[in-house]
Ligand binder design. Structure first.
Ligand SMILES: [Zn+2]
Length: 304
């Protein structure tokens, strides 16, 4: 009997060690830049299908698709939209805003995460439909000016600089230049009140390294690697209780959403913010090392 108990104890010990190891392995999964890209963008269907619109925290709501985020900040003086997504997915945003009981026509300001079509192509259409003012980071303006769906010029009503504040109806969003992915990639921070407490919200612009990006000897952006490093430094300096991002996979929306309304707000996740920044930085550094090694080999071969 005693030896049976001992055997059981031993088995439990072995099991708990195995579980702990599996947990650690899951925590430290190393993502390649390409895997992160795929995780973020999903399939065409993911990009175009509405994710159930919902309140995230305070006055911030989700009105995006399964793989492209769009956030609505609701104020008594009208609303701020962050990321217009593709022009073809603007109707998804419009419907999600209406489904939440808000008026799309109350959209006063459109902000963006970065000058890629999946995040900011819809700016002109939203301005056309609502009269909203479009604001963009100075370093992204050249890229945005080339983004002209249906040949419409990209509207830019206010050019933003690092640290600028956008205010409406008591809400203040701060624009943080987190370059690399694009030159003007912007991470937004704001404070929200919820249940008598104040929370720091951070919407990560993007720190991904897309396939074909040259981090070494890049003639268009010679300092691109340093720009990425600056971006990571800025992200690490931000206080964050509620991490969000330009793709919902950056903050595990699919996993958190079912927990909404069942106890603590699942979007309060400061540890998740750090993990995401770690994951993205590791992937960036791996690509940088690969490309640096390849360049050194090339240089050495050229000297022979
Ligand atoms: Zn992008």
């Amino acid at each position: 009997m005693l030896s049976g108990m001992l055997a059981l104890k031993r088995l439990l010990l072995v099991l708990s060690i195995a579980l702990g190891a599996a947990f650690l392995a899951a925590q430290t999964k190393v993502w390649t830049a390409q895997e992160l890209f795929q995780r973020n963008v999903g399939s065409k269907e993911d990009q175009e299908t509405a994710f159930p619109p919902h309140k995230i925290i305070g006055n911030i709501y989700y009105v995006g698709t399964r793989s492209l985020a769009s956030f609505l900040v609701v104020t008594p003086e009208g609303n701020i939209l962050i990321d217009s997504m593709y022009e073809r997915t603007v109707p998804v945003i419009r419907k999600s805003v209406a489904d939440l009981g808000f008026r799309f026509a109350d959209t006063k300001i459109v902000l963006g995460s970065h000058a890629h079509a999946d995040h900011m192509e819809g700016d002109a259409m939203i301005k056309e439909l609502t009269g909203a003012k479009v604001m963009a980071m100075a370093e992204d303006v050249p890229a945005l000016e080339k983004m002209m769906p249906g040949n419409k010029p990209h509207p830019i009503d206010r050019v933003l600089h690092d640290g600028d504040e956008v205010k409406l109806g008591g809400a203040t969003l701060v624009a943080h230049l987190t370059p690399g992915h694009t030159r003007g990639c912007t991470t937004w921070s704001m404070k929200v009140q919820d249940g008598g407490r104040t929370y720091d919200v951070v919407i990560i612009g993007s720190m991904g390294v897309n396939a074909g990006t040259r981090l070494v000897n890049n003639p268009q952006v010679p300092d691109i690697a340093d720009e990425y490093k600056r971006g990571f430094k800025v992200l690490r300096g931000l206080a964050c209780d509620v991490p969000l991002g330009s793709h919902p996979a950056m903050y595990n929306l699919a996993e958190k959403y079912p927990k909404l309304g069942k106890g603590a707000n699942p979007f309060i996740d400061p540890a998740g913010y750090k993990t995401e920044v770690d994951i993205e930085e590791r992937a960036f550094l791996d690509v940088l090392r690969e490309q640096t090694d390849a360049q050194q080999q090339k240089d050495a071969a050229a000297k022979k």
